[in-house]
Design a protein around this ligand. Structure first.
Ligand SMILES: [Zn+2]
Length: 453
């Protein structure tokens, strides 16, 4: 592998701002940030020119599905997509693989399956399901970064959703461990009620799907989680916030000192329901993509730190499971593939909104790193941090084509979308692993465990 000890660029994004600089590292860790013309590294310097050098993205919401459903997505393909998208660390969700990561033994099974396949760093969330409260401590000790639960059916039978009693059994342990609980916040009641009224509606119309998952399902779930976070003094994180109606609830809870954080995903910020045509089930996710006005409110909430960050919720399936033949939104698998495209998708929209590279790093690197407790070693170009770095050109446009995607399945709503921002190179602990479409060397990602560097 090429020996590089420094990267220099006219635009290095540091915590103090964007400046021309040389980033020097040793043994994979940043040891100095010097002037652009500092030539002490000589020929071992990678010259990024005008391209942006910034911390690699951290994506804390990825469904890899291996082992058990590797034909949906696996460690090799998902982490290639990550590297090509400038993501240097991802945390895998506990469901869609078999076994689900709901016991310490299952975590070991996942780690064994992932070994020597990961192009980027990979860690794991554990799962809270009915009846596994007694497992949580061991799972946490084994290295799970925190826990995920569903309040509605998850889509797979081996990862059951929890009710308030199950949460009451789990939360004292999670609070004692100071582990975050990531919550899919939709309640079944409002969804069942809405769906009953839609019995005669066309299941291939996007609007039917949208109406079946009303904002009230989300706001009632968020309200419940705020109550529980307050009562148990627990850390609660709302995944994929989709509705503007959740925003005032989260804002108020934060102001009142409730330990709550929130994320949203590129598809809620990039697309809007009004343009999704009938039968286009590659747009299906839950909660659903809502209208343009709603999307604008999510952008504003990001700017005000009501929503803390943006992660992919990359959740692919084999194309046949998307039921494109019938276009039935209710039978199709829900989940959007976007791990490789988050950076250009978000950048394309945010750069027209007066948001800057500083926001981008906060939303897509340091924010998610903090949720996982990785913020002391990852997500900054600063001395003592891991040299996990992305080099990219924010001005360069491109159109998404299936053949450029590294995901196992190329079906994604971003196909044919014009975007801006091309990832040129990705570095993992100072080693270049990706160079304009080529992967270098062998997979060298670390399997991360909570509390270890
Ligand atoms: Zn998810």
């Amino acid at each position: 592998m090429t020996t590089i000890h420094a990267i220099r660029s006219k635009r290095v994004v540091t915590p103090e701002g964007v400046r021309a600089a040389t980033v020097q590292f040793r043994n994979g860790v940043i040891e100095a940030i010097t002037g652009y013309n500092d030539s002490s590294s000589g020929k071992h310097t990678f010259d990024a020119g005008e391209s942006v050098v910034m911390p690699g993205l951290v994506d804390t919401h990825v469904h890899i599905n291996e082992p058990g459903r590797t034909d949906w997505e696996g460690f090799e393909t998902a982490t290639r997509a990550a590297a090509a998208g400038g993501v240097t660390t991802l945390i895998d969700m506990p469901l869609n693989s078999i076994p689900a990561t709901t016991t310490a033994v299952a975590l070991e099974t996942k780690c064994t399956a992932a070994r020597e396949k990961c192009w980027v760093n990979v860690g794991f969330w554990g799962g809270v399901v009915p009846g596994n409260a007694g497992e949580l401590r061991a799972l946490h000790q084994a290295g799970a970064f925190g826990f995920k639960c569903f309040l509605v059916p998850s889509g797979v039978p081996e990862f059951a959703h929890v009710n308030q009693d199950d949460l009451r059994a789990a939360l004292p342990t999670l609070a004692a461990l100071d582990a975050p609980l990531l919550v899919h916040a939709e309640l079944p009641g409002p969804i069942e009620e809405a769906t009953r009224k839609l019995a005669k509606s066309d299941p291939a119309k996007y609007r039917t799907w949208l109406l079946s998952r009303p904002p009230g399902a989300e706001t009632k779930a968020v309200e419940m989680m705020i109550r529980l976070a307050r009562e148990f003094k627990a850390r609660v994180h709302i995944v994929h916030v989709s509705s503007e109606l959740s925003l005032p609830l989260i804002r108020r809870a934060k102001r009142e000192g409730v330990r709550i954080t929130a994320e949203t995903c590129p598809h809620y910020l990039f697309f809007a329901s009004g343009t999704i045509r009938s039968g286009r089930t590659e747009f299906k996710c839950a909660p659903p993509i809502r209208d343009l006005q709603n999307s604008k409110k999510l952008w504003t909430a990001l700017g005000k730190d009501i929503i803390d960050f943006v992660v992919s919720d990359h959740s692919p399936s084999p194309p046949a499971m998307k039921c494109l033949d019938t276009g039935d939104f209710f039978r199709a698998w829900g989940g959007i593939s976007s791990l490789q495209l988050g950076l250009p998708a978000i950048w394309s929209k945010m750069s027209t909104r007066n948001y800057s590279l500083k926001h981008l790093v906060r939303w897509m690197s340091s924010g998610p790193a903090r949720l996982a407790g990785l913020e002391k070693h990852k997500s900054a170009i600063a001395i003592g941090y891991d040299a996990d770095i992305v080099v990219w050109n924010p001005e360069k446009p491109f159109t998404v084509r299936p053949k450029m995607l590294q995901h196992r399945h190329k079906l994604t709503p971003y196909v044919n979308q014009p975007l801006r921002g091309i990832v040129e190179a990705t570095f993992l602990r100072g080693e270049m692993i990706y160079d304009r479409g080529r992967f270098l060397g062998a997979p060298s990602g670390t399997l991360l465990r909570r509390g270890e560097r």
